[in-house]
Design a binder for this molecule. Structure first.
Ligand code: IVH
Length: 673
C-alpha cells in the first residue's frame, strides 16, 4: 500500500509541476499527449482506489454537484479597499503625509499593477487549499471554494519544504485574461447567450456560478499580493512577503517594483500606463504600498481603507460620444460587421472614431441608432466597443438600423446564420477576396514579404488577382506598370512569392482560410495526415476520430475540399509551382525520435527559417524553448548567435551548428515502414 500511495503522490507531483510551468510560467516541458497520459494514469489509479483520493489531487479540481446557494463566510481579517488617486500631485501629497506621519525623510514603496478583477481570500491549512471566499462587504463574503478549485493557476497544495505557515490566509485577485474573455464571448455569441461587457463582469459571473463545471470552462486566473499572518511568519517588507508567496508556489504579480522613493513609483505608473494596452489582462491603475510592515502598522487604517496604500488609477477608458453613422464592413468569411462611425473622442489618450457593433443582433439588442449618445470603451488592445446606449432626456431618435439584405460591396444577397449576417457572394465579392488574400499572405500563414493590405487592394481593384492562384502569375514587368511599385518593391514581392512556393503544410492549410482551421487545428491535421492530398481525401467521419477535431471542424474541412472551385484553385497553384511539403507522420507520440528532447534556436540559419526549424523539430516530437537552461538538450546555433550560445557553452549544453543540425534531423527521421 505504501508504494501505491507513493506512486499516486508522485504522479500528482509531476502534474502539479507541469501545471505550474504551463499555467503560471507559460512553459511546456512535455507534449499535451504525454501530460494527458500521466493525468489519465492518475485518474485510473484513483478510480481503482477511491479511498486514496486526496482533496489536493489535481484530478479534484472540478468535482461536486452544483450548490443550492453559497455559504456565507466571516473573514478572519476585514478586506479593505483602497483610496483612489487620479493625479501625480495627489500621489505626492500622499507621500508627504506618509513621511510626515512617520517622521522620515525617505520612505520606500512597493508598486504593483492594480488588477481589474475580484478580490478573494484563500485559506491553506498545512499547505492544502481548504477554503476561498469573495470579498462580500469586506467582513462577510461568500464561500466560492469549489469554483476557485477549478482555477488552474491556484495551487491545491503549496510546495513542500518551503516553510509555509501551517495556517495561511492569502489575499489576491481573480480575473480573466483578454484572449480567454474574447473566446468566452465568442462562444456565448455562438450559442445565442448574452455576452459580457468586459472581462471584470465575465470573471465575476464565472466566480459566482453555483455549478463549478461552468466556472471550469471559463479559464479564470489568479494573482496573489498579500498574506495575513503576523509576527515571525511575516518578513519585514511587503516586497519580500510577495516573494515568499511566490516561493510557496502561489502566483504573484510578475510585474512589480520596489521603489526607493515616490518618484520611482510615479515612473512605474507611467511605464505601466504605456504597457497597459499590450498586456494580456486588464489593469486599471497601480497600487502603491508603503513597503515596511512596521511603518504600515504605525500609519494604521481608516474604517474601510489603509492609510499606507493608494490606488493610482489610470484615466477612465470609457467616454460618451455620438453615433454619426452605422457602416457595414465585409470580412474574409463574408461576415458583415456593423461599425459605428463616431464623433471622434479621446479615450485614455487615444482618439476613437469607430467602434465595432459585432453583428446585427448586437445592434438590435443594444438598440443603437444614428444620432444616439453611446458609452464607448477601449479595453486592452481590442477594437473599441460600444458598452451601451445612453438615454438623453427629450431626445428625438432616428429609425432603428435595418440589416442590409444586400452585401454593401458586391450587392449579392445576404443570409443570416445565428446572430451574423453573411454575404453570399464569395468569390465575386471583392471584400471577401481581399480578406482571403490578406490572410494567406499574413505572418501566421504564408508570411509573404511585400504583400500587404494596400498592394492586395490594388491587385483586386484592378482585377489583376481574382483568386489565390493568380498571385503566382504575377510578373515583375507587370508590377512595374502599377502605381507605387519600384524596382525594389517589385523584386521583393516576386521573391516573397517565389519563396512561398515551398509551402509548409500546416501554414498552407491556415492560408487557405478554411473555416475553423486556425494554427492549432492546422498543425493537428498536418501531423495526422502528413500531406495535402491525404487531407483533401479525408472524410468527415474519418476526421472526427482525431482527438481535438470535433464535428464542426470536420464538416468544414470536408466541405471545403468537396467544393470544386477550391480544388481548382489549389490545383492551379500547384501547376504554377507551389509545392506543399509532405511531412513524415509518426503515429505514436512515445515513438517519436525526439520525444522529451528540448531545443533552443539562436542566430540565423541559412537553409531554413526559424519557423521551419521549429516545425521540423516538433514533427519529430521535440520541443522548442526560448531560454537555455541546464535541462536544454541541444542549442541550434546559426550565424551571429549571441548570448544563448554563450550560455549553452557555460552550461555544457551540446551545440549543433547548421550543418550538424541538418545531419541530426536526417538521422532522426524514422524510416517509413
Ligand atoms: S492591495 C489594503 N494590491 O483593488 C490593501 N489590491 O480598491 C488592499 N486590487 O479590493 C488591496 N490589484 O481587489 C491590492 N496589486 C493589488 C491589487 C489590488 C487589484 C484590488 C483589490 C482591492 C481593490 C481595492
Amino acid at each position: 500500500m505504501a508504494s501505491l500511495k507513493q506512486r499516486l503522490e508522485e504522479l500528482r507531483q509531476i502534474i502539479r509541476q507541469h501545471d505550474e510551468w504551463y499555467y503560471v510560467h507559460n512553459r511546456s516541458e512535455i507534449s499535451d499527449a504525454e501530460y494527458d497520459k500521466i493525468f489519465r494514469d492518475l485518474q485510473n489509479l484513483e478510480q481503482q482506489f477511491p479511498d486514496l483520493v486526496s482533496v489536493d489531487s489535481p484530478t479534484q479540481r472540478v468535482g461536486g454537484a452544483p450548490l443550492p446557494q453559497f455559504q456565507k463566510i466571516q473573514h478572519e481579517f476585514a478586506l479593505l479597499s483602497l483610496d483612489s488617486e487620479m493625479t501625480e500631485d495627489s500621489v505626492r501629497t500622499f507621500d508627504e503625509r506618509v513621511r510626515r506621519e512617520l517622521d522620515q525623510a525617505h520612505v520606500d514603496y512597493s508598486a504593483e499593477p492594480k488588477f481589474d478583477g475580484l478580490s478573494i481570500e484563500l485559506t491553506y491549512e498545512q499547505g492544502v487549499f481548504v477554503r476561498g471566499a469573495t470579498r462580500g462587504d469586506g467582513t462577510i463574503g461568500e464561500d466560492v471554494t469549489h469554483n476557485l478549485r477549478t482555477i488552474r493557476t491556484l495551487p491545491l497544495k503549496l510546495k513542500e519544504d518551503t516553510g509555509f505557515p501551517t495556517h495561511l490566509v492569502v489575499r489576491g485577485e481573480v480575473f480573466i485574461k483578454l484572449p480567454d474573455f474574447h473566446q468566452l464571448n465568442q462562444r456565448l455569441t455562438e450559442t445565442g447567450e448574452d455576452t459580457f461587457a468586459n472581462p471584470r463582469n465575465a470573471a465575476s459571473g464565472a466566480l459566482r456560478q453555483l455549478d463549478p463545471q461552468i466556472t471550469a470552462k471559463r479559464s479564470l486566473t489568479l494573482t496573489c499580493y498579500d498574506f495575513m499572518n503576523e509576527g515571525e511568519e511575516k518578513p519585514d517588507t511587503h516586497f519580500d512577503a510577495v516573494s515568499r508567496l511566490e516561493a510557496w508556489g502561489l502566483p504573484v504579480p510578475l510585474i512589480r517594483s520596489h521603489c526607493p522613493s515616490i518618484h520611482d513609483a510615479l515612473v512605474f505608473h507611467r511605464d505601466m500606463a504605456e504597457q497597459r494596452d499590450s498586456l494580456p489582462y486588464e489593469i486599471d491603475g497601480v497600487v502603491i504600498k508603503v513597503n515596511r510592515f512596521d511603518w504600515q502598522a504605525q500609519l494604521g487604517e481608516k474604517s474601510r481603507s489603509p492609510r499606507w496604500a493608494i490606488a493610482y488609477k489610470f484615466p477612465a477608458r470609457k467616454e460618451l460620444t455620438t453615433v454619426r453613422a452605422i457602416a457595414v464592413s465585409v470580412g474574409r468569411t463574408g461576415a458583415l460587421t456593423p461599425i459605428a462611425i463616431l464623433d471622434p473622442v479621446d479615450i485614455g489618450g487615444v482618439t476613437v472614431s469607430r467602434a465595432s457593433l459585432h453583428n446585427v443582433e448586437e445592434v438590435a439588442r443594444k438598440d443603437v441608432r444614428v444620432g444616439d449618445t453611446v458609452k464607448v470603451e477601449r479595453a486592452g488592445d481590442v477594437i473599441p466597443d460600444i458598452v451601451e446606449r445612453v438615454e438623453v432626456a427629450g431626445e428625438r431618435r432616428t429609425d432603428p438600423f435595418v440589416p442590409p439584405d444586400q452585401c454593401p460591396v458586391c450587392q449579392s444577397h445576404t443570409i443570416q446564420e445565428g446572430p451574423v449576417l453573411y454575404c453570399t457572394g464569395q468569390t465575386v465579392c471583392s471584400a471577401q477576396l481581399k480578406g482571403s488574400l490578406e490572410y494567406y499572405a499574413s505572418k501566421g500563414a504564408m508570411n509573404i514579404d511585400g504583400l500587404g493590405k494596400k498592394t492586395i487592394a490594388q491587385f483586386v481593384d484592378e482585377a489583376i488577382v481574382k483568386d489565390l492562384a493568380d498571385l503566382y502569375t504575377l510578373k515583375k514587368e507587370r508590377l512595374l506598370e502599377l502605381e507605387g511599385f519600384a524596382d525594389k518593391s517589385a523584386t521583393q514581392l516576386i521573391e516573397g512569392l517565389e519563396k512561398s512556393k515551398q509551402a509548409v503544410l500546416s501554414r498552407f492549410l491556415i492560408g487557405l482560410g478554411i473555416r475553423h482551421v486556425g494554427s492549432h487545428v492546422a498543425k493537428v491535421l498536418a501531423n495526422q495526415y502528413g500531406s495535402l492530398p491525404k487531407i483533401q481525401e479525408a472524410s468527415k467521419d474519418e476526421l472526427q476520430v482525431i482527438h481535438e477535431i470535433g464535428p464542426e471542424i470536420a464538416a468544414s474541412v470536408e466541405s471545403f475540399f468537396q467544393e470544386a472551385r477550391n480544388l481548382q484553385v489549389i490545383q492551379r497553384m500547384q501547376d504554377l509551382g507551389v509545392q506543399v511539403e509532405a511531412i513524415d507522420v509518426v503515429a505514436e507520440v512515445s515513438q517519436k525520435p525526439l520525444t522529451g528532447k528540448t531545443f533552443v534556436l539562436t542566430g540565423t540559419l541559412e537553409a531554413m527559417t526559424r519557423d521551419e526549424a521549429m516545425q521540423k523539430i516538433e514533427v519529430l516530437g521535440g520541443r522548442v524553448m526560448s531560454n537555455v537552461s541546464k535541462k536544454t538538450d541541444y542549442v541550434v546555433a546559426g550565424a551571429e548567435a549571441g548570448s544563448k550560445l554563450e550560455k549553452a557553452q557555460t552550461l555544457n549544453v551540446p551545440v549543433l551548428e547548421e550543418s550538424a543540425f541538418k545531419a541530426f534531423l536526417s538521422e532522426n527521421i524514422p524510416s517509413t515502414p
